[in-house]
Each structure stands twice: as C-alpha cells, then as structure tokens.
Design a protein around this ligand. Structure first.
Ligand SMILES: Cc1ncc(COP(=O)(O)O)c(C=O)c1O
Length: 358
C-alpha cells in the first residue's frame, strides 16, 4: 500500500555525490571548497552559548540579510536567506509554479531541477544545449508560455560561462521568472567582468541563487540566499518558507563568512590558479577539459579505459570524482578542484592508471 501522491510514487529521488565516512578519501566529486572557512567563522561558532539555543532564531535572519545587502549593494528587501541554495529552488517552485505550468531548464544541468519539478508536479521542458554548451538560438521562443526558467551560470557540469547580455535578453523577452543559479559564481575569473546584479535592479522577473557551500567553504552549514526584486522575495519570505528556515548557528556563521569575504577571495584565487594548472596537466594525459569558470573541470576520457572504468579505478585508489550516466556525459568525468596536494595525487594516480609517464 502506498500513500504517496502519484507524482511522488512515479519519480526518482536526487542522488547526491558519495559522502564517505571519515576523511581518508580524496573527495573531488561534489565541488566542495578545498580550503577552510574564514577564522571568523570558527570564532562565531565558539561564541555561541548553548543557552542561546533555548530561543528561536531571528525569523528572517535580519543580520545576514543586512550583511548580504551591503555586500551586493542592494536592500535587505532584495535578500532571502535559505537553508542552502537548494531550498531557494524549492521555494521558487512552490511559490510561483502551478502544477499545470511549465518550467524550462537547459539539458544537461543540475540534476536536482527535474527532481524538484517532479515533486511540485508541474511540467518540465528540458532544452538541449548546443555545441559549446550554449543556449540554442531560438531559446526565447522555446520559453513561450512557461512560468519559470532556471539557468545555471557558470554552467554545471561544464563550467561554461554565459554572458550577462544573453541572460538579459532571455529575461527581457520572457513573461515568466528567470532564476539564475550562480552556485559557482565566485570562481569566475575577475577579468571576465561578469556581474548579473544589474539585472535584479533593472528587472522584476530575475532572481539569483547564491550559496555559501562552494565559495565560502561551508557546504556542511547549509546556507544560501536569493537576490531578487521585492515582488519575488516577499511572498517567499512572508508566506511559503518555514517560519524559521535558517537556524541560529547557521545565521551567525554565514554572517561571519560574508563579513570575511576577503578571506574567501584568497581561496577563489587559489582555486582559479589550480584550475588552470590541473586543466593543462589533464590535457597532457589525453584528457582535455571544457574551459571552466567554476571550481570543477569536465574532461574527456580516452576511449580506453573509458570514463566509467576510470572513475572506478580512481575510486579503488581512494579518489572520488563524478561520472554521470547521462547522454553527452558518459565519456567524461567531472573533477572538482582540490588542494594542490589532492590535485597532484589525482595526476599521479591517473598516470599510473593510464600507464603514461608524460
Ligand atoms: C548548480 C547548483 N546549484 C545549486 C546548488 C545548491 O547548493 P547548496 O544547496 O549546497 O547551497 C548546487 C550544489 O551542488 C549546484 O551544483
């Protein structure tokens, strides 16, 4: 006997990347940050008295909202703190999309999107990306009649960066909401000049997803936020989120992390430098990578041994990377940028497995 709603009974849940117990494995599979969070985060944690946990936290995470607003030169009304970026995705769907309405996503992209639309029971349209991970020329036409479009930028799993102008065009020609998932935005090379925040100031149908999981080394904390105009933020803030959707500890630590953005920036620089080095080394081993503006590389794997076998061979050596059993991705591996030592261990292991001494 199942009591599940039919759409829940019919769907598959999200499969997260492996999270092995202990710290023996070299984890290059879930795009975590290889460097520790800012010292101010540890200080904020130490400063919490257990007595404070007796009371509910500030319901709207007001200090965090203020801090994020200052960082992005917007107003607190433009900020919605959430339990990870994932909660923002769920809130946008439950707040704005009816079951008979359509959500458009690019294919491939973050595999949680189809899971969340299946839970909501709404319609999903997956638009295949073209060569070079670009949107098809007729993308705006494909959006006609849809309620929500979710685009991840930099793109996952390729790391490809779309120009703000492309996003502006999409948002301008679209009668629904454009959610720009910027989970990996912090790792974009500064010389690209990428800044999508003007879109939020100009348009009332754009919401940006940010997370502290990647850029601020806080995946374990579960903290993210949305940036959008008040017509999008207010209904989620005052109606659809849980009354206390972020807890006291995470509010304090997330606020400390954003206030220490300069510390985080040093980590972003190191990841960018490692990304360049690792991409060159992988290419030398016959594993060319897509140009990435993110904290991971999507690389081609030689026919022999093939991506799945290489994933397994690395795993046998205690190195986890991500292999996707999906069209267009089966012959590739997605590798998170690790610390310098982790990246070297990866290259050594690959040399051994591929029998190369280059
Ligand atoms: C593309 C993308 N969006 C959003 C998220 C959500 O991150 P979190 O819920 O950890 O904030 C992730 C996490 O891996 C992601 O890859």
């Amino acid at each position: 006997m199942t009591f599940e709603r039919p759409n829940i009974a019919a769907m598959q849940g999200y499969t997260p990347g492996e999270q092995p117990a202990g710290d023996k494995a070299i984890k290059l599979n879930t795009n975590e940050n290889p460097y520790p969070p800012a010292p101010a985060v540890a200080e904020a944690l130490a400063a919490v008295h257990s007595e404070e946990l007796r009371r509910y936290p500030p319901p709207t995470a007001s200090e965090f909202r203020q801090t994020a607003a200052e960082l992005h030169a917007v107003e607190p009304e433009n900020i919605l703190p959430t339990n990870g970026g994932d909660e923002l995705l769920r809130l946008v769907l439950t707040t704005f999309v009816d079951p008979d309405e359509t959500v458009v996503v690019a294919e491939p992209s973050y595999s949680l999107y189809p899971v969340l639309t299946a839970i909501q029971g709404c319609q999903l349209k997956q638009v295949p990306l073209e060569q070079g991970w670009n949107l098809p020329g007729n993308f705006s036409e494909q959006l006609q009649g849809a309620k929500l479009c979710i685009l991840v930028n930099p793109h996952a799993p390729s790391g490809h960066l779309m120009a703000v102008e492309v996003l502006r065009e999409v948002a301008n020609s679209f009668g629904g909401i454009l959610l720009i998932d910027e989970a990996y935005v912090d790792f974009i090379d500064p010389d690209k000049g990428y800044d999508s925040l003007p879109l939020v100031r100009e348009l009332d149908n754009v919401i940006i997803l940010r997370t502290l999981s990647k850029g601020y080394s806080l995946a374990g904390l579960r903290f993210g936020y949305g940036i959008g105009s008040p017509n999008l933020i207010a209904p989620m803030l005052s109606k659809t989120r849980d009354s206390y959707n972020t807890d006291l500890l995470s509010q304090r630590l997330a606020t400390a992390a954003l206030k220490s953005v300069d510390h985080a920036r040093q980590g972003w620089d190191r990841v960018r430098a490692s990304r360049k080095k690792l991409a060159a080394e992988l290419a030398q081993l016959g594993m060319p990578c897509e140009p990435s503006q993110s904290n991971f590389l999507l690389c081609q794997v030689p026919h022999k041994p093939g991506a799945k076998a290489l994933y397994q061979a690395l795993k046998d050596k205690g190195i986890l990377v991500r292999w996707f059993d999906l069209e267009g991705l089966r012959e590739r591996l997605r590798i998170s940028i690790g610390s310098e030592e982790e990246n070297s261990a990866l290259i050594d292991a690959l040399r051994e497995i591929l029998g190369s001494t280059s």
